[in-house]
Design a protein around this ligand. Structure first.
Ligand SMILES: Nc1ncnc2c1ncn2[C@@H]1O[C@H](COP(=O)(O)OP(=O)(O)OP(=O)(O)O)[C@@H](O)[C@H]1O
Ligand SMILES: [Mg+2]
Length: 317
């Protein structure tokens, strides 16, 4: 079965500067970004995120390799790509002496939105990023986070099928970042594809369906969030958490007797169970037994954290 891809990257290399002394920002990256995914591009400072995004939208040329965005070649057909992609580049600049609304209406013109719809659409996107009440204020009076929100608004103007955000939540307060993640989730539900870079690991887990981890211009891992979780689970074990009341010695004894349980830790009324395999199908009936069910308040699997996933792949998987 061929996956329907929004973006396909093949062995992309980018060397800045001339000759052999240049900086290798991308060192042979290949990626497949499925349509209708929210794809997190995670990597530390200098790992090549902005370089990759800039190549995808035709702002810079690759040194070698190929990439296609919505079926268009990033070198030969970048005009077609920019027409279809909503982009939040790193450090987007606005006209400071113009209002937020005026900036967006101007950008809507460049996006070729019909003149009778520009203002309406600009106001809609301002509302989506929580800036509607500042629509008529000059951008020079905006805080850094408000500028970033305005940058997100301009990416949404043409209601594109593919959105590419370079570190969208940088400078935005926690509440605004949560609103942004909700916005991304609702756009993803509408079937849009979202590619967003971030250096915040937890953000990947909160909003993305897929992710790639890059470091030093190299891809460490990519896949669906479930696939990434699964490979860490297989290597490091499956974890479950029980919240319990007193009198659970018998229960712990029974859990210990499940084959492949490696470790049981109790910290007051928290019990964590580590197992070499998936044992949900055995734990659940056990805690539901009449003699235990009053002692157990909850049982849930614990997913690997994004820190663990990152460390796991940084150490070579
Ligand atoms: N215009 C440029 N000229 C020379 N080197 C560059 C240029 N832009 C980026 N680089 C180098 O390429 C590498 C990747 O940079 P890039 O900006 O793509 O990283 P990033 O992952 O976006 O980092 P950040 O999280 O800081 O935004 C870095 O070593 C950087 O110094
Ligand atoms: Mg960057």
């Amino acid at each position: 079965m061929k996956m329907d891809l929004a973006i396909e990257v093949e062995n992309l290399v980018k060397i800045y500067g001339k000759g052999g002394s240049g900086i290798k920002a991308l060192d042979g990256i290949s990626m497949k970004i499925p349509k209708a995914s929210t794809y997190g591009l995670f990597g530390p400072n200098g790992s090549g995120k902005t370089t990759l995004i800039s190549i995808l939208v035709g702002l810079i040329l690759p040194t070698s390799g190929n990439a296609k965005v919505l079926g268009f070649d990033v070198v030969k057909e970048s005009v077609e790509i920019r027409r279809r992609v909503g982009l939040l580049p790193e450090g987007f600049g606005f006209y400071d002496h113009m209002t937020a609304l005026e900036n967006l209406v101007f950008l809507a013109t460049l996006d070729k939105i019909p003149s009778d719809q520009r203002k309406k659409r600009a106001l809609e996107t301002l509302e989506m990023v929580g800036l509607k009440d500042r629509a008529n204020d000059k951008v020079s009076t905006f805080s850094r986070g408000m500028r970033q929100r305005l940058g997100i608004a301009q990416a949404l103007l043409k209601d594109p099928e593919l959105l590419i955000f370079d570190e969208p939540t940088v400078g935005i307060d926690p509440e605004g970042a949560a609103e942004f993640r909700n916005l991304v989730k609702s756009m993803n539900k509408e079937g849009k594809t979202i590619l967003m870079s971030t250096h915040l690991l937890y953000e990947v887990g909160m909003v993305c369906t897929h992710a790639a981890v890059i470091r030093g211009g190299k891809l460490l891992v990519q896949g669906s969030v479930e696939e990434l979780y699964q490979s860490v689970r297989e290597a490091k074990g499956y974890r479950y958490e029980l919240r319990v009341k007193s009198g659970i010695d018998m229960l712990l004894q029974e859990i210990r007797s499940i084959s492949d349980v490696i470790e049981i830790k109790q910290n007051e009324n928290h019990v964590t169970v580590l197992s070499r395999r998936e044992i949900w199908g055995e734990l659940l009936p056990l805690v539901s037994k009449p003699q235990f069910k009053d002692a157990v308040e909850s049982l849930k699997p614990i997913e690997p954290s994004w820190d663990e996933i990152y460390r796991f792949y940084q150490e070579g998987g």
